[in-house]
Design a protein. Structure first.
Length: 377
C-alpha cells in the first residue's frame, strides 16, 4: 500500500487521488495508537473538568483563546506582540490603530467564537459553518477555491530549498465538493463511522489540510475546526485548548508527518503526533486554568481585606483580560463618576493589584499576575 501510494504521488500535480474517509489503515485497533489515545483522553477530561470550575464560563475568551489565536497565526508566519494584543482587546481597541498582524490574530479569535456560537445552534459541523470560519478569518465572502486557482504549498523562505513545491492539493470543483461532503459526513455520522472522536479529529485534520479547500487560511480554519469538533462531541465544554503551542514547537514534524500520509500512507505516525498534541496541550491548558483560578482566589482574599468595595464580580473582571480600562470596572460596580473610578483605580494600583501603563494619552491598567501566567513557559 505504501509503495503504490508513493509511486503515484507527484508533489507538483494536484492530488486528485486523495482517498475518501475513513482511512484504509486500521488505526482504530493499533495498540500503540490506543495506548496514546488513553493518555490523550485522560488529559482532555482533566482540562474539561477545570473549565467547568470557572466562575464565568466565558472569561477565557480574552486570555487562553487569545494565546491560542496568537500562536496559531505564528504557525502561518504572522507575528505580533502580547502588548499589542492586550491593548487591542481592551474596550477602546476599535478606536486605535492596530497593526496588520494583530488584526489577523483578532480575526482568528473572532472566527473561533463566532463558530462556537453557531455550533451551539446547529449542533453539528456543516459546510456553512466551515465556510463561515474561513470567511471570518479572511474577511471575505468567498467559498471553496475555484478550479482554475493554481494553489500549491511551497517551502518557506527560511527553510532548506525555499520556494520548492512540497504539495499540490486536489483541484476541481467536483473533487473539492465530494471530498468535503465526505469529510463532514465522517465527522457527523457516528453510526456509519463509529471511531473514537479523538481519532476522528486526527484523521479529519489531515484530510482537511490535504483537501486545502480554500485559497488561503486553511491552516487556521482547520485548527479552529479541531476545537469546535471537540466541543461538539462533548469533550470540551468550551473550545479552549492551547494546541497551537505544541504544533509550533514541533512545526517541522507537523508538516513532515502530514506529508508522509499523502506520500506514503503513514497514518500511525500522524495520529500519534496529533494525540500527543492533545495530551501535552491539555496538560498545559489545565495548568494555566488552575494557575488562574488559584491566583484569582488569592487576589480576592487579599483585595477584600484591603478595599471594602472589592468583590467577586470585580475580581472576575480584573482576570477577564490582561489590560483593564477604568470604565470596565465602572460598569461592574454601577458607578461611572470619573472621581469615584479614579479613586478606585488608585486603590487597585496602591495595593499592587493593577499596574498603570501610559500609552500616548491613554492609561491602561495591567494585571501582571495574569500576564505572568499566560506568558509562562
Amino acid at each position: 500500500m505504501n509503495k503504490s501510494r508513493n509511486e503515484k504521488f507527484d508533489r507538483k500535480k494536484p492530488f486528485n487521488d486523495l482517498p475518501l474517509l475513513p482511512p484504509d489503515k486500521d488505526i482504530e485497533n493499533n495498540p500503540v495508537i490506543l495506548k496514546q489515545l488513553v493518555l490523550a483522553s485522560r488529559a482532555l477530561a482533566s482540562v474539561n473538568g477545570s473549565l467547568k470550575r470557572l466562575p464565568n464560563p466565558l472569561m477565557l475568551i480574552n486570555t487562553l483563546s487569545l494565546q491560542e489565536a496568537k500562536t496559531s497565526t505564528e504557525i502561518e508566519n504572522i507575528f505580533t506582540t502580547e502588548d499589542e494584543l492586550y491593548k487591542a482587546i481592551s474596550d477602546t481597541y476599535k478606536k486605535r490603530d492596530i497593526n496588520p498582524a494583530t488584526k489577523e490574530v483578532l480575526k482568528y479569535r473572532e472566527a473561533l467564537w463566532a463558530g462556537y456560537k453557531e455550533l451551539q445552534k446547529s449542533q453539528k459541523i456543516e459546510t456553512n459553518l466551515i465556510k463561515q470560519i474561513f470567511n471570518q478569518i479572511k474577511k471575505t465572502s468567498s467559498g471553496y477555491r475555484p478550479p482554475q486557482a493554481q494553489v500549491v504549498i511551497k517551502r518557506g523562505e527560511s527553510e532548506l530549498r525555499p520556494g520548492e513545491t512540497i504539495y499540490t492539493p486536489t483541484r476541481g470543483d467536483e473533487f473539492i465538493e465530494k471530498l468535503m461532503e465526505n469529510l463532514i459526513d465522517y465527522l457527523n455520522d457516528d453510526e456509519k463511522y463509529p471511531a473514537d472522536p479523538l481519532l476522528k479529529m486526527c484523521v479529519s485534520h489531515y484530510q482537511f489540510e490535504a483537501i486545502h479547500p480554500f485559497q488561503d487560511g486553511n491552516g487556521r480554519t482547520g485548527r479552529i475546526l479541531n476545537l469546535l469538533y471537540l466541543f461538539n462531541k462533548g469533550l470540551l465544554s468550551q473550545p479552549i485548548l492551547y494546541m497551537s503551542k505544541f504544533i509550533i514547537l514541533n512545526k517541522e514534524d507537523y508538516y513532515f508527518k502530514l506529508g508522509a500520509v499523502s506520500q506514503r500512507n503513514k497514518w500511525e505516525d500522524w495520529v500519534l503526533f496529533m494525540l500527543e498534541a492533545v495530551e501535552k496541550t491539555s496538560i498545559l491548558t489545565d495548568n494555566r486554568i488552575n494557575e488562574i483560578l488559584s491566583q484569582m482566589e488569592s487576589t480576592l482574599i487579599y483585595a477584600k481585606d484591603k478595599m471594602k468595595w472589592y468583590n467577586k464580580e470585580i475580581n472576575e473582571v480584573i482576570f477577564s483580560q490582561p489590560y483593564i480600562k477604568p470604565n470596565l470596572i465602572g460598569k461592574t460596580i454601577g458607578k461611572t463618576s470619573r472621581t469615584t473610578l479614579t479613586k478606585y483605580m488608585n486603590e487597585l494600583v496602591n495595593n499592587k493589584i493593577l499596574t498603570p501603563k501610559k500609552d500616548g494619552v491613554e492609561v491602561f491598567y495591567i494585571n501582571e499576575d495574569l500576564i505572568r501566567i499566560l506568558e509562562g513557559s
